[in-house]
Design a binder for this molecule. Structure first.
Ligand SMILES: Nc1ncnc2c1ncn2[C@@H]1O[C@H](COP(=O)(O)OP(=O)(O)OP(=O)(O)O)[C@@H](O)[C@H]1O
Ligand SMILES: C=C(C)CCOP(=O)(O)O
Length: 244
């Protein structure tokens, strides 16, 4: 049984303050992961105020690339810094977390289609590690380096590893309707298109609307929930919004 869990950048960082960690929330999430102790867990984290801030400054998105190495390193470097913070909080809870930097393991072709290497992730699981991937830059034929969202990594991993459970922990308790109530289930984009928006903070990968689109394309169910529900998700429940 494989579980893919994304820790949203909006949860583990202060998304409206450049390169600012939300250390307290990250520590609480790490403690919940340690306590649940699920087998075959892959963690992916988003960019928050680390990746999105630099990507926006360089005019980068999932389709618009960066062509200079300094710009690439601003984005990738900020994401590896955030990855270090995530790893160290997990290590503090004795979770056997190890890094995987997607910049060196992925490519987009000229049509924008992604190839992500996942054999190393599968072997890390077999060897008892918890691989920790993250949103990153990705070399993109004809564009230089574009942005690779953690959400896209989640769906790629879920398919490649044939994941049984997929969870996205964001800053909201689920996908919200027009009255800010959690929508329990989404089966089609059109059902919710008018309430879905981008992120409140700087975000180059499309916020909740892009997340729902990406998860519907996965073809198996995924749960979107808030930080208070991570324990419930890891215990096998279905908190928040079930998508697909
Ligand atoms: N209908 C909606 N329901 C819930 N959130 C919504 C909705 N429409 C827009 N949003 C915004 O989407 C945000 C979640 O998307 P975002 O991409 O910021 O999440 P994340 O994955 O946690 O962060 P990151 O992209 O940095 O990893 C919410 O914080 C909210 O601002
Ligand atoms: C902005 C960068 C580099 C990563 C974005 O990943 P996301 O926060 O999961 O959308």
């Amino acid at each position: 049984m494989v579980t893919v869990l994304k820790l949203g950048g909006s949860v583990i960082t202060e998304k409206d303050r450049p390169e600012t960690l939300d250390g307290e929330t990250l520590a609480a999430l790490a403690a919940a992961i340690a306590e649940a102790d699920v087998e075959n867990l892959v963690v992916v984290h988003g960019g928050g105020s680390f990746g999105h801030h630099h990507a926006a400054e360089h005019g980068a998105s999932t389709t618009e690339g960066i062509r200079d190495a300094g710009g690439v390193m601003d984005v990738h470097g900020a994401m590896t810094t955030l990855n270090r913070f995530v790893l160290s909080r997990l290590h503090a809870e004795d979770v056997p977390a190890v890094p995987v930097h997607p910049f060196s393991a992925a490519v987009r072709d000229a049509a924008g289609d992604l190839t992500l290497m996942t054999d190393q992730v599968a072997t890390m699981l077999d060897e008892g590690f918890v691989p920790v991937l993250h949103g990153d830059g990705v070399v993109h034929a004809g564009e230089g380096v574009t942005v690779l969202s953690g959400d896209e990594i989640v769906t790629e991993l879920a398919s490649a590893l044939d994941a049984d459970r997929v969870g996205l922990c964001s800053t909201v308790p689920g996908v919200l309707d027009g009255d800010d109530e959690v929508i329990p289930r989404i089966d089609a984009f059109d059902e919710v298109a008018d309430v879905l928006g981008v992120s409140d903070a700087t975000d180059v990968t499309g916020g909740m609307a892009a997340k729902v689109r990406e998860l519907l394309a996965l073809g198996s169910p995924a749960d979107v929930f808030g930080p208070d529900d991570i324990g419930s998700f890891l215990a096998g429940e279905e908190p928040g919004t079930r998508i697909g």
